[in-house]
Design a protein around this ligand. Structure first.
Ligand code: FAD
Length: 456
């Protein structure tokens, strides 16, 4: 059911023409009946109401889980479906099955990955992929529209508008008030809800409203370049990664194939002011392969570097980029956004017993944060260490590319990436890999410079 704002129960809304972020909330008070359990009181005559702010992968997945679980769900999105979030659009294989993503949404099935060292040594990195394995490349406008529509079909109500503020209540059962400007910018409105899920990306307004603390960000810059047919056919199922001081002081640059163009971009934390210089660097390195191409779009966006100090406060939870779930090394965040949204949504459903009970901070901590951290904290830590060892200097990057030539490294890397599990290898191969890694790092003179600074 594609419910829009006009089809909502009017009792939930208060038109607040003069309302600002500082205005007093105009909400209907919530009726709480006597508690059947001391911690979670029942809600009389209605279901738990949850506002999800942001309709990207995190928000849509949260909203879908909530709506399927019987919660009255509102999803706020400021952009129309045609607007694409700046992104490379690469997702792992496991996401297709886990999130039932139809294959016809995929632009390219990448089966070949080429990584270029600072001295331009190229290593092919997809040799161990099995015949059914690939990295899926999508356009975000396509993926996001699909996930959002599915959340709406599950019963979530879409509110097209910009959330401007969230009023925090003083009591543990009073409502939160979401202030927003409706799509056509003509009116300011507000909505009272029991729980808020902040899925509003790296510049999260929800995070600010609960003083969740900041995180350091990388800036990523990307050009979409339409290539002549013969040049495009080179990138048919090939993605490229480039490392070196010329393309980024602390990350990698990429060429990712899309339906009828390539996305060429780079990122950096350390030297954001020089991002255009690094973009020039990657264009130079890719060289003749993109000559004759026409830039059809230029985009830039922050990428969080680590989780926020606070991800749950009261009855507010942050998911996806708003929480800071992008892995180092790969800069991957789509899967983790969708997954965190779903874990959080399911957690709310469970704690509220299908929307019949009020929930509290401890429920969100137990059902969402604890489960999330148990599953992924080690993956995030591991990739953080890899980035610091291998991306910090040209010597480290040469070592990285050399190691990428090793078939065992390729198999372990792809298994971990495609299936989102830290792959378990054979002990003898792991020992061999460790020795090879140390040998390569020593050879490339990385051991003393990079390893010394490592703090886990
Ligand atoms: C250049 C670049 C390349 C990338 N490449 C990849 C890649 O190839 N693979 C990968 O896995 N990850 C990649 N990432 C990271 C990935 O894009 C993010 O991790 C992912 O988009 C996070 O999803 P999200 O739903 O948490 O947030 P977002 O996708 O940012 O969605 C947030 C949504 O909230 C909406 N919103 C924000 N504020 C408000 C408001 N106040 N009111 C209403 N709506 C609001 C926005 O319009 C948006 O739709 C890349 C990032 C960048 C910048």
């Amino acid at each position: 059911m594609a419910a829009t704002i006009s089809s909502f129960s009017t009792s939930l809304f208060t038109k607040t023409k003069s309302s600002t972020s500082k205005s007093k909330p105009h909400f209907q008070s919530l009726t709480i009946t006597s508690a059947s359990k001391p911690s979670n009181p029942s809600i009389a005559g209605r279901k738990l109401r949850v506002a999800v702010i942001g309709g990207g992968p995190a928000g849509s997945s949260a909203a879908e889980a909530l709506a399927l679980g019987g919660i009255e769900t509102f999803i706020f999105e400021r952009n129309p479906p045609s607007v694409a979030k700046p992104c490379g659009g690469a997702i792992p294989l496991c996401m297709l099955d886990e999130f039932d993503i139809p294959r016809d949404l995929i632009d390219r099935q990448v089966t070949s990955m080429r990584i270029f060292s600072p001295s331009n040594i190229a290593v092919d990195f997809g040799k161990t992929l099995k015949s059914h394995e690939f990295i899926a490349m999508l356009r975000r406008e396509v993926l996001d529209s699909f996930l959002r529509s599915r959340a709406i079909s599950a019963g979530a109500s879409l509110i097209s508008g910009l959330v401007t503020a969230v009023d925090i209540p003083f009591s543990p059962t009073s409502p939160y008030t979401i202030h927003y400007t409706a799509e056509n910018n003509s009116s300011r409105r507000s909505l009272a809800v029991d729980v808020v899920i902040g899925a509003d990306g790296a510049n999260s307004r929800v995070a600010k409203s609960i003083d969740a603390g900041s995180y350091s960000c990388a800036i990523a810059f990307q050009e979409r370049i339409k290539l002549p047919d013969d040049k495009m056919s080179y990138y048919e199922n090939l993605a490229e990664m480039y490392v070196g001081n010329d393309v980024s002081p602390d990350f990698y640059a990429w060429v990712f194939p899309k339906c009828d163009h390539v996305a060429v971009g780079t990122g950096t934390v350390r030297s954001k002011h020089d991002i255009k210089l690094y973009q020039k660097g990657i264009r130079e390195r890719v060289g003749s392969k993109i000559n004759g191409g026409k830039v059809i779009k230029v985009e830039a966006h922050p990428i969080p570097e680590h989780p926020r100090p606070i991800r749950v406060k009261g009855r507010v939870a942050l998911v996806g980029d708003a929480a800071g779930y992008v892995t180092k090394c790969s800069g991957e965040g789509i899967y983790f956004a969708a997954k965190s949204g779903r874990v959080c949504g399911n957690g709310v459903v469970k704690a509220s017993e299908g929307g019949d009970k009020m929930i509290g901070e401890c429920d969100l901590r137990r059902e969402y944060l604890k489960e999330w951290d148990a599953k992924y904290v080690n993956t995030f830590r591991f990739l953080d260490v890899l980035q610091r060892v291998f991306y910090g200097s040209n010597a480290g990057r040469e070592a990285l590319v050399e190691l990428c030539g090793d078939e065992y490294v390729q198999r372990m890397t792809f298994e971990s990436y495609l299936y989102k599990k830290l792959a378990h290898g054979r002990v003898c191969d792991d020992v061999k890999l460790l020795m090879n890694t140390i040998g390569t790092l020593v050879k490339c003179k990385v051991i003393h410079t990079q390893m010394e600074g490592l703090i886990l």
